[in-house]
Design a protein around this ligand. Structure first.
Ligand code: GAR
Length: 215
């Protein structure tokens, strides 16, 4: 039997990326096991998705932990105690401390709804529409100590239309997020991602061959 990558997923909201990861695991397209989902909000709809799929979750409410370091320490303890190898930020809206980052060096993946390095931070779909860019998209990257600055694993591009607003663009981008994030996770699970400085290289694997870039 194939080894399954033990992952811990951090969420804050709806959890549609979490759902996509669950679906890919359940259909055998992603060799991972979700050891725990951590939410900083007890209201997150992502928790309902966990209940439906029998996935263990923990709420660590940031309001109860005003000190960022104490909040992150709680998360580290939960993730270590569940044997998590890779931390997956799936719509997690908190900035991680250096303590957290050094606990999981190059073992934290984030999805961001823009074509980085354009539009890091928050409300980026609105910023893209207001700026007038013709294309936007999403980026999966390893987390480092900057905001959305870590080495890029994969990106997907979508057009921005004249009549787009923040919501319509966000929906178009989300569809791509749901494809590329599980794919990047599968590459990691197969041991195919190699980080050298800022660059992430995808190592060949015979069973993927020429199809490796197709989602
Ligand atoms: C997604 O668009 C994700 O890229 C974004 O939040 C949304 C979460 O949606 N993440 C960030 O902006 C992180 N800075 P979801 O909860 O439905 O997966």
């Amino acid at each position: 039997m194939k080894k399954k990558l033990p992952i811990g997923i951090l969420v804050s909201g709806s959890g549609s990326n979490l759902q996509s990861i669950i679906d890919h695991i359940e259909s055998g397209r992603l060799d991972a096991v979700i050891k725990v989902v951590i939410s900083n909000s007890p209201e997150a709809y992502a928790l309902e998705r966990c209940r439906r799929h029998d996935i263990p979750f923990v709420v660590i409410n940031h309001i109860d932990h005003p000190l960022r370091d104490a909040f992150d320490q709680q998360m580290i303890e939960v993730l270590h105690s569940r044997g998590v190898e890779l931390v997956v930020m799936a719509g997690f809206m908190r900035i991680l401390t250096s303590r957290f980052l050094s606990s999981f060096p190059m073992r934290i993946m984030n999805i961001h709804p823009s074509l980085l390095p354009a539009f890091p931070g928050l409300h980026v779909q609105r910023k893209a529409v207001e700026y007038g860019v013709r294309f936007s998209g999403c980026t999966v990257h390893f987390a480092d100590d900057g905001v959305d600055t870590g080495p890029i694993i994969v990106q997907s591009v979508v057009p921005v239309y004249d009549d787009d607003d923040e919501v319509s663009l966000a929906q178009r981008i989300l569809k791509e997020e749901h494809k590329i994030f599980p794919h990047a996770l599968q590459w990691y699970a197969e041991g195919r991602l190699e980080v050298k400085g800022r660059k992430v290289y995808l190592k060949e694997e015979s069973s993927y061959g020429a199809k490796q870039a197709e989602f």
